[in-house]
Design a protein around this ligand. Sequence first.
Ligand SMILES: Nc1ncnc2c1ncn2[C@@H]1O[C@H](COP(=O)(O)OP(=O)(O)O)[C@@H](O)[C@H]1O
Ligand SMILES: [Mg+2]
Length: 327
Amino acid sequence: MKSIQQDNIEDYYIWTNKLTKVYGTGTKKVLAVDGIDFTMRSGVHGFLGPNGAGKTSTINMLIGAISITEGNAFLKGKKAGTKKAREFIGFLPQDPAFYEKLTGLAYLIFLARMNSIPKNIAKQKALNLLKFFDLMEEKDRKIKTYSMGMKQKIGLAAGLIHNPKLLILDEPTSNLDPLVRKKIIDYVRKISKDMSIFISSHVLSEVEQMCDRVTIINKGKIKLTDTIQNVKKWFSNFTNLYVIDTNSNETFLSVIKELKIITNAWIDEKEKKIYVNTNDIEQFQKEIPKLIIEKELILKSFYQPESSLQDAFLEIINKDEGKRNGS
Ligand SMILES: Nc1ncnc2c1ncn2[C@@H]1O[C@H](COP(=O)(O)OP(=O)(O)O)[C@@H](O)[C@H]1O
Ligand SMILES: [Mg+2]
């Protein structure tokens, strides 16, 4: 019998093992992707992280645009960078470059021909895609006359011309005004009915609108992969997280675990301090000192942690279109 692990690689649209990217050499070395392990099954999967997190570097290794320094990546069992893997994916880069002298229609036909699609089918495919992306009126205009939004749409169409099974989008909504962003999000949702999509973004609110699951990356490391619901819950846990240290943490943990306003409490293995999530910060701040006195304990510290993880998330949250500004 095959082991479960052996079976798995081919079940995953994306499967990485210690995937690493180092740019440059010597003192100019940059560790952009730091041995990441993550997987994506079917559906729409977000790749969330602040600027410089390593999203584009990861994606470029997946599509075979740059070399893998160390580790492995497979797309449905096909090794990243191989011809089979490339045929399997469609890709929209963060800053797409076009043959701007071509018209939209000519460009798509050209790409289709590059992918060995017969001439008559190529034109039909191109027209279908132009229709899908509401670009029929612009089909005979040169791409250099297109707006940013139109360019993004023709970029998406280009990624779809060879019927990929997996579409990889690198920050498809960056550099676009809010209205066009919304449109692109709608197109992505429409496309997602027919294929699996991997989308990088630094904006949680956008990932939320498109994705079922999300992988969070920061400073070249994967922080977590989970459903969008759990990630949202997790974010709010993190902003409501406190650390308490007393002279008897075991005792105090059992006391506060009984409180209604505590949603989660545990003792951190390394620091041996109590970590608590609350759903009522005000009440929590009042009750903790009171309880300490009542139980005749000594409070050594009581604060909100400033871990790098939290920094990362705050950074992401702050970039969340100013939604949570001032909080
Ligand atoms: N070609 C390159 N040469 C050197 N460093 C690079 C290069 N491309 C990216 N980096 C660095 O790698 C890190 C990750 O970048 P990138 O993958 O573009 O992140 P993201 O797409 O999440 O913004 C950053 O520190 C960036 O400056
Ligand atoms: Mg990027």
